[in-house]
Design a protein around this ligand. Structure first.
Ligand code: ADP
Length: 264
């Protein structure tokens, strides 16, 4: 709360009064609302797979499902939702680590970005091969492959961006490029793909927690809607910015800009 004494120039001749600005309170209020929404959303997201698993367990216990084929199918569905639960909990732990605000939460040091990107590509090789996709790392003008940051988070950032591109695109022959450009005091990282893209109307929301683009096949695509919010958080922890542009069917481009020198 901010109190500003009014002088004779105040509108409405309120001389001698006090103008009370409620900016801080409003901000606190907004943060509190975001936190409550988050807890509500997280609980909802955890409850859905849990109730599906419990539903199938009950059917099995009660003998409503007993045929071998049906039983096998039930276990398959339970495993899928169990995996989803594990992924949500994993993502929530990453978010909570980033939000802990501890100074050691982000360790900024110089590391080889190209090696980090290649490591991510290596881990995604089974998916890349199955989808006959091509993922490459490009250093613009043969620039230095080193950037400042916490390699642990950069691993998360690149993994989430590249795996999103692979996950969302069911068609074969996808091209994904991870590009690094060193420009003065800034390292710019682009992750682009030539796939289905993100509809214009969804673009403002994709970094929000639990937001997922509704697609006709979205039930088949694994995801928590937390990936991009983790990416944005991690970029901001590096004093950087992230933007997204998409022309569906032509190109989707995520651009990250971070300072080249370490900042406290
Ligand atoms: P999810 O866990 O669902 O992948 P994200 O927060 O990582 O959640 O992404 C939010 C939504 O943005 C996803 O549901 C997906 O539809 C869309 N999206 C993200 N990256 C891409 C991409 N490269 N191409 C198409 N859609 C994307």
């Amino acid at each position: 709360v901010e109190a500003v004494p009014l002088n004779g120039d105040a509108p409405g001749g309120m001389e001698g009064g006090v103008l009370v600005i409620l900016r801080d309170e409003t901000e606190k209020h907004t943060l509190e609302r975001i936190r409550k929404d988050f807890v509500a959303n997280a609980s909802h997201e955890l409850r859905t797979p849990l109730s599906i698993i419990n539903g199938y367990l009950e059917n099995l216990v009660e003998g409503d499902i007993s045929e071998p084929d049906e039983t096998k199918r039930a276990f398959g569905i339970m495993r899928k939702h169990g995996d989803r639960l594990a992924q949500i909990v994993e993502d929530l732990l990453v978010i909570s680590r980033m939000e802990s605000g501890e100074p050691e939460a982000v360790r900024v040091e110089e590391f080889d970005f190209k090696a980090c990107a290649q490591d991510v590509i290596h881990r995604l090789t089974p998916v890349i091969t199955t989808k006959e996709a091509k993922v490459e790392v490009v250093l613009v003008d043969n620039c230095s492959p080193y950037i400042h940051g916490d390699r642990y988070y950069w691993d998360q950032i690149l993994f989430n961006l590249v795996s999103n591109a692979l996950k969302e695109n069911l068609a074969r022959g996808l091209q994904v490029t991870i590009l690094l450009k060193q420009e003065g005091d800034i390292s710019e990282i682009q992750v682009r793909d030539n796939g289905v893209g993100i509809p214009h109307a969804d673009l403002p929301f994709v970094f929000k927690r639990f937001y997922r683009v509704a697609r006709h096949h979205s039930k088949d695509i694994k995801g928590t809607g937390l990936g991009l919010s983790i990416v944005k958080r991690a970029v901001e922890a590096h004093h950087g910015t992230i933007t997204v542009h998409s022309r569906p069917g032509i190109e989707t481009l995520f651009t990250i800009r971070v300072p080249r020198a370490a900042r406290g």
